[in-house]
Each structure stands twice: as structure tokens, then as C-alpha cells.
Design a protein around this ligand. Structure first.
Ligand code: FAD
Ligand code: SF4
Length: 330
């Protein structure tokens, strides 16, 4: 059994100091994925676990058209927030299609953003070739059986999916991540928070060691915008996405006035589909427009044997969510 110190500070600065001062220290929030990797799969190591559960980072509020979400707010709490229910259905649907009720009652928003990949090779310590776990060792998924893997933002170094559903909705909405470290506070757009693997799959996001996520800000959708999240998976509940899509559309007189679109289950990072948004904006609400947007959203995929099916599935996922959100199909 791995051994480590366990500490539970009361203030954010204290927590940051405890992790920043020890290169082998790590944060623990709800523990739904960190403890698996540490104690069960044993693919990460730490000598000090800093439990942030007592920090004053839990709760949801809104002002001036922005939802402020404390990093320790649970997924279930965010899904039940009245403003989310009324103004951000895409966020609520992404949350409620994630994991299980029990997990969502423990799992936090900060932890969801920072969850590690579900790539089976990454989580199997007996597999030697994993550039994310052991830089320079290769990628077992590119040459071995692959299915739940990425086709966008991927290459021969790593095809691991970023598995968060919530993040797909949040990148579509241009959410901001507030971060605190020993050097002070900063804010990073979620679209720039996660880093595509390239030749350093071990570097997953812009956080420096010891920096903590304190809050996520989500701009509310304008009144009259319809939004939704579609998740395609092997079984109807308690399963990660094969493909997913988050969409928000404001339609005026049969024409798309404003469009937001992001894809999940297919990207090495939560995938914002900006080219597709440009095609949608100003175009008539019909299947021709939606298919053109879908083609643009899944442009230049990188596939390996086992993941080719995701190309067409992702396009159909995009078309279907756009049909649903626009009211062309219920
Ligand atoms: P922890 O496990 O405590 O931490 C996760 C990581 O984030 C750790 O590295 C930790 O150090 C770091 N961390 C946590 N909070 C902070 C912070 N504020 N600042 C800096 N670092 C921090 N997710 C989905 O989106 N969709 C699904 O369908 C889904 N299904 C799941 C099914 C199962 C069986 C499991 C176990 C998980 C599933 N998940 C799914 C993932 C789940 O949502 C995450 O495990 C959860 O959100 C992580 O939150 P946590 O608070 O438990 O994080
Ligand atoms: Fe490791 Fe990424 Fe390859 Fe999975 S896809 S084995 S995480 S390098």
C-alpha cells in the first residue's frame, strides 16, 4: 500500500503553500478519480495529499450575466442550481449525463476539469508504452486495440480523450478558470486551459505545480437562446461518451443569429468547433446547414484501426444536436 502524509488546510493560501513547497504533493478534492489512480491503479505517486475539502470554494452565485461556480461545488449541486436550470440547460444536461448520482455528489467542478484520461493503457501500470505516464516510452493505444480514443487533436504520440462532459459544455460557453498560486491570481479561458498532447502528452494543462483552481465563471446565454447536450455511448447510463456535442443556437426568422458548438468523446481536449460555428452563423436552419457544420467540426481527423467509426458518428451527433436545439427535430 502506498504511504503519504495527509493534511487538510482551512485556507487557500495555506493549501497552495503546502503543495507548491513539495514537488511530490498533490491536491485531493472529491477523490473520485485521484484516489483510483493513487491507490487502486497505482499509476501516480505522491508523498503528501492536501485535502482541499475545507477550503471556502463551494457555492454558486450569479451577477451581471455571469455564473460564478466555486471549484469545490459538486457536479450535482451545479446541476440543481436554479440559474443553470433556467439559463444553461446545456450545462445541466452535460452534468446529469455524467457518471452516477453517487459520484456526482462527491465529484467537484475543479476535479472534473482536471480529471485524467480514461485511456486503459494509461491506467494499467503493467503497460510500458505510454507517453503520458512515461514520456518517450511510446503509445500503446496507437498500435494496440483502441476504441474510446480521440480523433481530433491527436497524433502518433497520444490519442487519449479528455473525458469530461461538463468541459464540452463550458468551452462552448467561453467559461473562464480562476487560478491561485504562490505568485498570485490569474484567469485563463477554458478554451486555452487544456493542452493538446503534441510530443509532450504528459503536459495536460496550463496549471503550474501548486496552482489551484478557485472558481469557474460561465457567461449566461442570452434570453431566447436554446441549448442542449447530446451524449452517444455504449449504454444508456453510467458510461463515458463515444461522441458528444454541446450546442447553443439563437435563431431569428429561420436563420441562425448566433451559434456555439463543441464536441466531446473525440478530442484530446474539450473540442470547440469554431469553423462550424462560422458556417452556422447567418445560415438557414436546415439539414444542409447542419451537415456542412458537422463536416467542418470533424475536419482532418487522426484515426487508428478501431476509431474510424467515430468520424461519421461525431458528424451525426453534431447534426442531431443542432436539429434538436433548433427545433427542427425534437
Ligand atoms: P479528485 O479525484 O479529487 O481530483 C482530480 C484531479 O484534480 C486530481 O489530480 C487533483 O489533484 C486535482 N484537483 C481537484 N480539484 C482541484 C482544484 N480545485 N485545483 C487544482 N487541482 C485540483 N466524468 C464525466 O465528465 N462524465 C462521465 O460520464 C464520467 N463518468 C465517470 C464514471 C466513473 C466510474 C468515475 C470514477 C468517474 C467518472 N467521471 C465522469 C469523472 C468524474 O466526473 C471525475 O472523477 C470528477 O469530476 C473528479 O472530481 P473530484 O472532485 O472527485 O476530483
Ligand atoms: Fe498513453 Fe496517451 Fe497512448 Fe493512452 S493514448 S497509451 S494515455 S500516450
Amino acid at each position: 500500500m502506498p504511504t503519504f502524509d495527509y493534511v487538510r488546510p482551512d485556507d487557500v493560501a495555506g493549501a497552495v503553500a503546502l503543495v507548491s513547497g513539495d514537488p511530490r504533493a498533490s491536491y485531493l478534492a472529491g477523490g473520485t478519480t485521484h484516489l483510483d489512480l493513487l491507490l487502486k491503479d497505482r499509476v501516480i505517486e505522491t508523498d503528501r495529499v492536501v485535502d482541499i475539502g475545507r477550503l471556502p470554494l463551494r457555492g454558486v452565485s450569479s451577477d451581471d450575466g455571469v455564473l460564478h461556480v466555486g471549484a469545490l461545488t459538486t457536479m450535482e449541486e451545479l446541476a440543481a442550481d436554479p440559474v443553470v436550470i433556467e439559463r444553461l440547460p446545456v450545462v445541466r444536461e452535460a452534468l446529469l449525463l455524467s457518471a452516477s448520482t453517487q459520484l456526482r455528489n462527491m465529484a467537484t467542478i475543479g476535479g472534473n476539469i482536471l480529471q485524467r484520461t480514461r485511456c486503459r493503457y494509461f491506467r494499467d501500470a503493467t503497460v510500458a508504452a505510454c507517453n503520458k505516464r512515461a514520456p518517450g516510452s511510446g503509445c500503446a493505444a496507437v498500435t494496440g486495440p483502441a476504441r474510446m480514443h480521440a480523433i481530433l487533436g491527436a497524433d502518433e504520440h497520444c490519442i487519449a480523450v479528455h473525458a469530461s462532459d461538463l468541459c464540452v459544455s463550458l468551452v462552448a460557453l467561453d467559461a473562464d478558470v480562476h487560478i491561485q498560486g504562490t505568485g498570485g491570481r490569474r484567469t485563463v479561458p477554458l478554451t486555452g486551459f487544456h493542452i493538446r498532447p503534441g510530443d509532450r502528452p504528459d503536459i495536460e494543462n496550463v496549471l503550474g505545480h501548486g496552482e489551484i483552481i478557485t472558481e469557474v465563471d460561465v457567461p449566461l446565454l442570452p434570453v431566447g437562446t436554446r441549448s442542449g447536450y447530446l451524449k452517444v455511448r455504449d449504454r444508456a447510463s453510467y458510461e463515458f461518451a463515444l461522441t458528444s456535442a454541446a450546442a447553443a443556437l439563437r435563431v431569428e426568422d429561420g436563420v441562425v443569429a448566433e451559434a456555439r458548438l463543441a464536441l466531446g468523446g473525440v478530442g484530446t481536449v474539450p473540442w470547440r468547433a469554431r469553423e462550424a460555428e462560422e458556417i452556422l452563423t447567418g445560415a438557414p436552419v436546415d439539414d444542409g446547414t447542419f451537415r456542412a457544420a458537422a463536416e467542418a467540426a470533424v475536419r482532418d481527423p487522426f484515426t487508428v484501426p478501431g476509431t474510424e467509426f467515430k468520424v461519421e458518428l461525431a458528424k451525426r451527433t453534431v447534426v442531431r444536436i443542432l436539429q434538436t436545439v433548433s427545433g427542427v427535430r425534437s
